[in-house]
Design a protein around this ligand. Structure first.
Ligand code: BDR
Ligand code: CA
Length: 310
């Protein structure tokens, strides 16, 4: 079977960490590289977390840092959910690997020059990808799709209108959604349905390998902060929905529609305005996730964690 070539662009982050676990477990992927965004924490911290994850999971690919500065707005972070380090709850072994010498955009450019039919999976703000498209539009032809976690047809999780990854850099999101590349958007409408309830953590604890141990420790921390901030008994496990949708196409349903990113700077700044009912008769530009099979989602997460037992 021909492997799917993927590049992950992330800001770990507890749910980013699970997305990387899932990607690293699946033999149908060739992970070409991982690029890092600021988001859940500063770029230094999300970078450090990414190296820790890559080393712990035994993933063999270059990891490159972005600059951590959004195109126009001031940087934001999300320490109230992900903690001081951005990945609180687990102590990793000492790091013996390092970043690639290239920065995120340079690595993306080199990987896309050398490979065709690449799937890009952003699970953080879209700054690195937007910069790549601005600086090297010629690589678009080698990107088969961008499968991202971000946005919402309904409510936001930072403001009434906006979701975190998009509001961190709305101008970057605007570039990505209007790039002409196939974009799949997995937003809060589906990711808020996949809550890591205590019984799920208990089930995964039973797998008892080093990666399920990591999952359990991280999710216990994640649930505490999610309870405090949002009142959830189980935090929404947003980011792995991207990877799971690629592993099993039956888990997430998508609808093709027009999406406008609000870059006007008002109260809806960063909103993904999704015209699901085609009110405005504009050209569709994104496949938006409209539903998720919750049971199948957890089955895939469990299978992914079990693959590390072999
Ligand atoms: C997104 O924001 C981040 O905090 C999570 O890692 C996820 O990518 C959810 O809004
Ligand atoms: Ca993320």
């Amino acid at each position: 079977m021909e492997k799917r070539k993927i590049i992950i662009d992330c800001d770990p982050g507890h749910d980013d960490a699970v997305a990387i676990m899932m990607a690293g477990s699946y033999e149908g992927f060739e992970i070409l590289g991982i690029t890092v965004e600021a988001g859940n924490q500063t770029i230094e911290k999300t970078g450090h977390n990414t190296l820790n994850l890559v080393q712990y999971l035994g993933i063999n690919c270059p990891v490159a840092l972005g600059k951590g500065i959004p195109l126009k707005r001031k940087p934001m972070n999300c320490a109230e959910i992900h903690g001081k380090t951005g990945l609180d709850g687990f102590t990793f072994p000492e790091l013996t690997i390092d970043f690639d010498k290239r920065d995120a955009v340079e690595l993306l450019f080199d990987l896309l020059k050398a490979n065709k039919k690449v799937t890009i999976v952003p699970t953080g703000p879209l700054t690195n990808i937007a910069k790549l498209l601005l600086e090297h539009p010629e690589v678009k032809k080698n990107i088969s799709e961008i499968v991202l976690m971000g946005g919402s047809m309904g409510h936001g999780n930072v403001t009434p209108a906006a979701e975190f990854n998009i509001v961190c850099d709305p101008e970057a999101a605007d570039i990505v959604f209007n790039s002409g590349i196939k974009v799949k958007m997995l937003g809060l409408d589906v990711t808020r349905k996949v809550l890591v309830l205590p019984e799920i953590i208990e089930k995964m604890q039973g797998i008892s390998n080093k990666v399920s141990d990591l999952f359990v420790a991280l999710m216990k921390f994640f649930n505490k902060t999610q309870k405090k901030i949002f009142g959830y008994d189980g935090g929404p496990l947003h980011d792995p929905a991207t990877i799971v949708s690629l592993i099993n196409e039956d888990v997430v349903k998508f609808q093709y529609m027009n999406v406008v990113i609000d870059v006007t700077g008002g109260p809806s700044y960063g909103r993904t305005n999704c015209d699901r009912f085609n009110y405005l008769h504009q050209k569709p530009n994104a496949w938006v996730a409209t539903d998720i099979n919750v049971e199948k989602y957890w089955e895939e997460i469990e299978k992914g964690l079990r693959r590390y037992s072999k």
